[in-house]
Design a protein around this ligand. Structure first.
Ligand SMILES: [Zn+2]
Length: 178
């Protein structure tokens, strides 16, 4: 069964052109849905993860993780990692969305990986192949999309909205990127 957010994504991406209703709004239909979804996204920060030493430079590598909720529905998880002293200032962010109920399985989840660059590089995010993710292959994260799959996915805008929510909300990430 689709959760509410996935359903909205499907509606937004697939239905408008087939929708026989007369448009009476003076703003685009998909923007309305996007706004509704955005307003429902919340994060729950996970337990602190012990920093590690980077193999390439002996600097400290940090990881934060957490959960994404759409209203009260468990919607996704994220892992974000960065190493102090690396240039450019960059975070690797892996986001997994899908179904999380007891009766669900990882087959109902998809993951993408992004590179998030900081203020010194003018801020920006880019979807990469998932093989760049330090968490690539983690079985709870379901199917890892390569860049092309992610760019063409009907969930692309949802992933990007979640990414924006994460980097504008998680204190450690905001601090590092600025
Ligand atoms: Zn390093």
């Amino acid at each position: 069964m689709l959760n509410q957010c996935e359903l909205l994504c499907l509606l937004a991406s697939d239905f408008p052109s087939e929708n026989p209703r007369t448009q009476t709004r003076n703003f685009p239909y998909t923007s309305t849905l996007a706004y509704i979804k955005m307003s429902n996204l919340t994060l729950e920060f996970g337990e602190p993860i012990e920093p590690t030493v980077c193999k390439c430079c002996n600097n400290i590598s940090h990881t934060v993780t957490g959960f994404v909720y759409d209203g009260k529905i468990a919607h996704g998880v994220y892992f974000a990692g960065w190493t102090l002293g690396h240039t450019p200032t960059e975070i690797k962010l892996t986001i997994c969305i899908g179904e999380w109920g007891d009766s669900s399985s990882a087959k109902k989840r998809d993951s993408i990986n992004l590179r998030i660059r900081g203020k010194d590089e003018g801020f920006g995010m880019m979807i990469t192949n998932s093989t760049e993710s330090p968490w690539f292959g983690n079985s709870i994260l379901g199917h890892f999309m390569n860049r092309e799959e992610a760019m063409n996915s009907k969930y692309k805008s949802e992933f990007l909205r979640i990414a924006e929510k994460i980097i504008s909300t998680v204190p450690e990430l905001k601090k590092y990127l600025n």
